[in-house]
Design a protein around this ligand. Structure first.
Ligand SMILES: Cc1ncc(COP(=O)(O)O)c(C=O)c1O
Length: 439
């Protein structure tokens, strides 16, 4: 059982006074050390991590040790090389390695410091390449909190309230099969495509004016929503028909989380521009925008950022990527095997507990949607928070998403024993909250 000490309470009090409010989980985890499969708070409480600290620590202990070592060595050599203005070999070498992880013909990279910046660059480049003004995004999407990305983001009104107006973005429905009332997953896909084609591109905007469609291959913040393959294939066709660029935001779904480097590869579809961040930096802040070489270049000086290509973060990212390349086969089979093990166990919970409405995901990017009951499917918002708190008390870190979903995203190298322990803690929390609801 986790102890909440005075020292923990004190940090929360000080935080409330000096830090602008942020989203934060409904439980008081105050990090101290251990960016491995276990983490420890400042009171010495030990936790199993089912969050990868928002999909950053995708790789296990070995991967992280390599990143730390490389970053430390680079810090001692040189930290900042002003890559926007000067040249450096390390970011060039890393970019050369990175593009080999993308489909043939992807050859140009822009480095930034975060997911939102990677998306800002993708949006600007798409407009620059096509000389068109509009962008299509999706309801439920999360692409970041800076203005361009926030305009495409539509996952919760709190993130947008009082910040508008935004740029020329039109939102379309994202296929959410669990909540589609008129048929199965493929019917849901067809509905969303026809809405896009027959309403948005007929009534809202001329396709000739649309620069890009920006999409998460699996919606993350929006609730770990997995679209049907048919949807992605049709979306790709529709974009190509009209010369619209497809931007895949792989910030959360990418970097081996689904068992492939790119989540979009699971759909047999290629984008024109990809964005990555989170796990890419191996624990340090790094964003990247990667585009098809045939799209060309941007005019000199039209985009850049002081810290993009910062050397320790690139050194850390290179070590992480080398680790991925060296261990590709075992990482892939690990994600497949462990992902199935987790999903099987969660599906058993779905059979046993009324509040578990849906279990979905790909590889080790798994979401559990909690509902008041299986018939009404009313989102169990309070209960979802209660489960997070209960799990925390048991020693398990979890993150929410969507209205009432919970992410199950442990490091992809977690051991079966740790995963089982974590799932036991999760089930205990579900059982308790489900029983409270029934009584
Ligand atoms: C899919 C996706 N895109 C973009 C972002 C924004 O990334 P950052 O917080 O690094 O700006 C996130 C962050 O959660 C994300 O999940």
């Amino acid at each position: 059982m986790i102890k909440i000490t005075k020292s923990i309470e004190k940090v929360l009090e000080r935080d409330a006074k000096v830090i602008f409010s942020m989203k934060r989980v409904p439980y008081p985890f105050v990090a101290d050390h251990g960016d491995g499969d276990y983490v420890y708070d400042i009171a010495g409480n030990k936790f199993i991590d089912f969050t990868s600290f928002i999909s950053v620590y995708n790789l296990g202990e070995d991967g992280r040790i390599a990143s730390r070592k490389a970053a430390k060595a680079q810090i001692d050599k040189m930290m900042h090389a002003a890559f926007t203005d000067f040249y450096a070999e390390l970011p060039v070498r890393f970019a050369e390695k990175l593009v080999t992880m993308f489909p043939k013909g992807f050859g140009r990279v822009f480095f930034s410091n975060s997911g939102t910046e990677a998306n800002e660059a993708a949006l600007k480049f798409a407009k620059m390449f096509t000389k068109r003004q509009y962008v299509i995004g999706f309801y439920g999407a999360f692409h970041g909190r800076s203005y361009g990305s926030l305009g495409v983001t539509a996952s919760s009104k709190t993130q947008r309230a009082h910040f508008g107006p935004f740029n020329s973005v039109i939102h379309a429905p994202y296929p959410y099969p669990y909540r589609f009332p008129y048929g199965d997953a493929n019917e849901c896909a067809r509905f969303c495509i026809s809405y896009l084609r027959d309403t948005i591109l007929e009534r809202d905007v001329d396709p000739e004016e649309v620069a890009a469609i920006m999409i998460e291959p699996i919606q993350g913040e929006g609730g770990y929503v997995v679209p049907p393959k048919l949807f992605m294939k049709e979306l790709r066709k529709l974009a190509s028909e009209h010369g619209i660029l497809l931007i895949a935001d792989e910030v959360q779904s990418g970097y081996m989380r689904t068992g492939k480097f790119l989540a979009l590869d699971n759909f047999g579809v290629e984008a024109d521009i990809y964005t990555m961040a989170k796990a890419l930096g191996g624990g340090l802040p790094l964003g990247a925008t990667i585009a098809r070489s045939s799209l060309g270049d941007i005019p000199r000086g039209s985009h850049g950022t002081t810290f993009g290509g910062n050397l320790p973060e690139i050194a850390s990212a290179e070590a992480a990527l080398d680790y991925v390349k060296r261990n590709m086969k075992s990482l892939q089979s690990n994600v497949k095997k462990k992902g199935k093990m987790i999903t099987d166990r969660l599906n058993e919970m779905k059979d046993d507990y009324e509040i578990v409405g849906d279990v979905r995901g790909m590889g080790m990017m798994i979401g559990v949607e909690l509902v008041k009951d299986k018939d009404s499917k009313i989102p169990a918002i309070r209960e979802s928070d209660d489960v997070l708190v209960e799990a925390f008390r048991n020693g398990l870190l979890l993150l929410p998403c969507g209205k009432s979903s919970i992410r199950i995203i442990p490091p992809i190298t977690s051991t079966e024993a740790d995963l089982t322990k974590g799932l036991d803690m999760f089930e205990d929390a579900i059982k308790k909250i489900d029983a409270q609801k029934r009584n």
